[in-house]
Ligand binder design. Structure first.
Ligand code: ADP
Length: 161
């Protein structure tokens, strides 16, 4: 069995994340989406909300599950028999940070856990949760950025139609 984890804040999940989820789910026997609960950033959505939105969007994917975790990704991975971490790479700006994390994860796991990177689909390469939140603050949801369940939650959060 090849099990993978796709860790992140998912505050909130975007179509860019979903693209990575679909593509990586087809490469592994199982994929856990790990929603980080100990983020230094103050999230807009509670961890329960983030998990519920993710569960709604992956409900048609049989080998994908959603779990909350805090602490180190490698500890969670070891406990769940996971040997691969999936991350998405957008622009070159993601690269340095991601490589640093991937290398330390490999090192602290005793070289048992590797990270694979999927390059983002071109149409999502400038999409981020932060950008979506910034626009929503001003009552705008750009087309082709978030699933409907997230658009609804943003409208509710920022009080617009
Ligand atoms: P984190 O706080 O860990 O960066 P995010 O939820 O922002 O969590 O991102 C989780 C993962 O998804 C990261 O690997 C990030 O590079 C990737 N990602 C974010 N937005 C996109 C996108 N538009 N296309 C592809 N991958 C993305």
């Amino acid at each position: 069995m090849r099990n993978a984890i796709y860790p992140g804040s998912f505050d909130p999940v975007t179509l860019g994340h979903i693209d990575i989820i679909r593509r990586s789910a087809s490469m592994f026997d199982s994929l856990v989406i790990g929603v980080l609960n100990n983020n230094a950033k103050t999230p807009l959505f509670s961890v329960e909300n983030r998990v519920n939105m993710l569960k709604a969007v992956v409900s048609d994917m049989d080998n994908v599950s959603v779990e909350v975790f805090d602490g180190l990704t490698v500890d969670f991975a070891k406990q769940h028999d996971i040997s691969v971490i999936v991350r998405g790479l957008r622009a070159v700006t993601d690269y340095e940070y991601e490589v640093q994390i991937a290398q330390s994860n490999r090192q602290v796991s005793g070289e048992t856990i590797d990270t694979i990177f999927l390059t983002t689909s071109l149409k999502y390469s400038y999409l981020s949760s932060s950008l979506v939140k910034e626009y929503a603050k001003y009552g705008v949801i750009a087309p082709d950025t978030v699933p409907e369940v997230v658009a609804d939650a943003l409208r509710k959060e920022f009080n617009f139609q």
